[in-house]
Design a protein around this ligand. Sequence first.
Ligand code: ADP
Length: 280
Amino acid sequence: MIQLTDLSFGYRKQPPLFNGLNLSLGAGHIYGLLGKNGSGKTTLLKNMVGLRYPTAGRAMMGGLDTAKRYPDVLSQVFFLPEEPYIPDHTAKTFLETTSPFYPAFDRELFNGYLAAFEVPEQQVLTKLSLGQQKKFMIAFALACRTKLLVMDEPTNGLDIPSKAQFRKVLASAVDEDCCIVLSTHQVRDLDHLIDSVIILHDGTIKLQVQLDQLTERIRFGRVSGGATSILYGEETFDGTHAILPNPEGISSKPDLELLFNATVNDSGMLLNYLAEEGKL
Ligand code: ADP
């Protein structure tokens, strides 16, 4: 679906953020792009969708360079920024002026998403609360049914019930022809939502993996006492939350926060283990 090849980018008068970065994303997946604040998630996503231009290398979608901004590509890509621009329009006017750019836009789906989010349809958009505005734009983004949907920090600004609504709506919107990329620094917000994780750190992709494949190879669990085979662990009041090798193939629920911390803070034990031949 989308390939970033040897992609380099830096803002003017600043050291490069990425140097020869490679990433390949396929249809039928929901990817979670994780990284600390300032690690370059937004910049990477903008390079992906043709809103920033790589200084070297390229981002290709369906064989076309996204930086060239061909209409055929633009109509199949939706990028929802962390703080979307909200025009002073009613929903009706917004749909009339914006949806024609997206040939697969589905009005019925949109109405359904809006109802699920409990966002009133008749209001002028700027009169909605910030959370409602964000939910309106998420509903629109999903209803455009583009092949690539990129949402930058979609859960920022949503209250707890809205985050649950977001999970439900997104799960219902997944389609095997579509690739969804969600970025966040709030790792837990993506629990139960993504099937693949991408961890961006120090300008490189430290880890890209499908969670079901990952949990065949490693196990997340609580251990106490002298467990020796821990790949990464964090002490808490109720024992050590740990990542362990999984030769027995015991199923466990991935702890994204632990995985993230193990990837960016650790000496590299987990990554070395996963990089061993046949582990990933
Ligand atoms: P993230 O989304 O992971 O928080 P960003 O991609 O927003 O990270 O930012 C990565 C780095 O690039 C930060 O140090 C940020 O200050 C810098 N940056 C972002 N946008 C600009 C810009 N328009 N001009 C210059 N520097 C920028």
